[in-house]
Design a protein around this ligand. Structure first.
Ligand code: GLN
Length: 206
């Protein structure tokens, strides 16, 4: 089976490891470059994106991550992980660094601002039946580039819904937390993506 890592310097790492293990892949918590090397795919969990970026710098994972993502490693970011994968942050105060890779602009902390969480049932492209989504101080996607597929939106009365799930080639991201709540279908989509990439990659021949 493929090995799927979870970025483990910050965030809800254990929840992702548990769901991935239940789907029959090998898992590894990634805190150092040698652990990243062992991965066929990577999940970046929910947490706090500015802290994640800083810790990745401190532990010398930032450049190796950026490099693997650039070279096509399948990567799935949830919530803070979505922000880490975004090329642009809207209304960002500052100089917040992201790994990038996804041609999207995100706005941080827009869902669940008041009570720290918000839930909705979503229709997701590629998944049968509604997906119950949990948002915790979550971002939404303000703008997507031409190569980005929109997989799901939160409905807004009288307007086009807010984009909360996207895919661009080997990169996937959700504003919400599919690792919470016992529904493994989103992770299954990602595992299928990792398998399709690792079985056809002429370089690794896996
Ligand atoms: N608010 C966090 C951030 O901006 C994301 C929250 C989450 O991952 N649940 O990074």
């Amino acid at each position: 089976p493929p090995t799927i890592g979870v970025f483990a310097l910050q965030g809800d790492v254990r929840e992702h490891l548990r769901v991935l293990a239940s789907l029959g892949v090998d898992t590894i918590a990634v805190r150092r470059p040698s652990e990243l090397d062992a991965c066929d795919g990577l999940v970046i969990p929910g947490g706090e994106s500015t802290t994640m970026a800083k810790l990745a710098r401190t532990f010398e994972l930032f450049e190796p991550l950026r490099d693997r993502i650039k070279r096509g490693m399948p990567t799935f970011g949830t919530c803070a992980g979505m922000i880490m994968l975004a090329d642009r942050i809207e209304g960002g105060t500052s100089d917040q660094e992201t790994l990038g890779g996804l041609d999207i602009t995100v706005r941080r902390n827009v869902f669940g601002r008041q009570v720290d969480s918000f839930e909705d049932d979503l229709t997701i492209d590629g998944i049968d039946g509604p997906v119950h989504a949990i948002f915790i101080r979550a971002p939404w996607v303000e703008q997507v580039g031409p190569g980005v597929e929109v997989l799901g939106r939160v409905e807004v009365p009288g307007a086009v819904g807010r984009i909360v799930a996207v895919r661009q080639g080997p990169l996937m991201a959700t504003s919400f937390h599919p690792e919470v709540g016992g529904d493994s279908r989103f992770h299954q989509l990602f595992v299928d993506l990792v398998r399709s990439v690792t079985t056809t990659d002429p370089v690794t021949q896996k």
